[in-house]
Design a protein around this ligand. Sequence first.
Ligand code: URP
Ligand code: ZN
Ligand code: ZN
Length: 487
Amino acid sequence: MNARPPAAEEDRGLGPASTLIRNGRLVTASEDFVADLLVRGGTVAAIGDSLDGQADRVIDATGRYVLPGCVDPHTHMDSPQAGTVSCDDFTSGTVSAAFGGTTTIVDFCFQQPGQTLREGLATWHEKLGRAKPVVDVGFHIAVTDLGYGGALDELGRLPAEHGVSSYKLFMAYKGSLMIDDGTLFETLRVAARSGALVLVHAENGEAIEVLVSEALAAGHTEPRWHELTRPPLTEAEATSRAIHLARIAGAPLYVVHVSCREALEPVVRAREAGWRVWGETCTQYLFVDRSALHAPGFEGAKYVFTPPARGPEDRESLWRALDGGSLSVLSSDHCPFRFADQKALGRDDFSRIPNGAPGVENRLPMLHHFGVREGRISLSRMVELLSAAPARLFGLAPRKGTLSVGADADLVIFDPERPLTISSETHHSNVDYSLFEGTEVLGAPETVLVRGEPVVQEGELVASPGHGRFVERARFGEPLAVRSALG
Ligand code: URP
Ligand code: ZN
Ligand code: ZN
């Protein structure tokens, strides 16, 4: 990168902190061309050939991709579970996100027992306020008790009044997060009116509870029983149920972390019928095999996430669905728990292992190497899955998710030849292991800008702490107004 001292405002007429990115390969979900891109006042000010004008910074992006910053709509920072709290807060988690080319996360705010939805939101705003995020952050609301403190009324107001335009419901985790079908249906009906997208964790929690209790009663305590007690059809059944309830309620539905062929089928059928249903899978379901949970000793606990890892045919189906459009988004479901002392809580009982795994930093390099480089998806499809689609579905477009004049200058300058070895030794999360330890990829973010400000530069963190902001998202299907040039 060539940096030079800022010229006087009147000389350059570009406003503060302008950046000119020269000669990059600009890739969006629909376009792919070589051009210059000018950033001014945090937004994209111009795109064109040989742009004239001076800037505070000039970046030569020859041989690099210039991508819209990735949007990860499924993270769990500072999130309580199983008597502990995920080990990345909104500082470390967003630093890790930035190194992976993610410039916006949408995280799950949970209504805790005895809290109204607004109190739940206030708790998550406090967590965010205590941290120094370096990328932008939105919240989904996870509803656990619609009967408490006027939650049903509050729910309808969240999209318009709080910029929280997605509701999450868990059909599993009996005894903690699981809701009943009445709650799911009522939430879907509110969403149909309020302009929210409903997200479901689709697994039959009642059936799983029976299988887990039986396994424990028989003395089966090892991590592999996590996988053995959550068969694919428990996921398929809940997925179908949620889709049909959404159809009756007239609400749009987004099925998170689809893991297997059986659960993919109802999503495919619904989409072929033209219903408003979208499916997401996560990086780990493309790479981790169920056999990882069967590793000797307690090692399998690293791979305890829900739904569990499946088999090779499932992974093949997920890749085909990502390419063909049956699945719309690849998220990380970043939910890190340290192996040493947090996963260890379930050493004598697999059902007490905190569920979740890290990955917010790995999504783009893994999808680029194994998806694009190995010919499974195109470069534009990668941008669609990681950036454009989540921005559109979660009320962030057109401000985020694309490269266009007026959009936020959330940019990834990506070197497709840069070697990267994924490892917990070098990643930026607080967690002490990686799902993809030792995996060697070609292609990594080099420089990452959030609203025009570099947060990662040549592989170094350069962000002003706290640069990341809370983003109020638009209602489902509506555009998020672009900010004024200097906003
Ligand atoms: O295992 C997982 N996925 N943990 C995070 C919570 C959830 O179900 O998404
Ligand atoms: Zn889930
Ligand atoms: Zn999750």
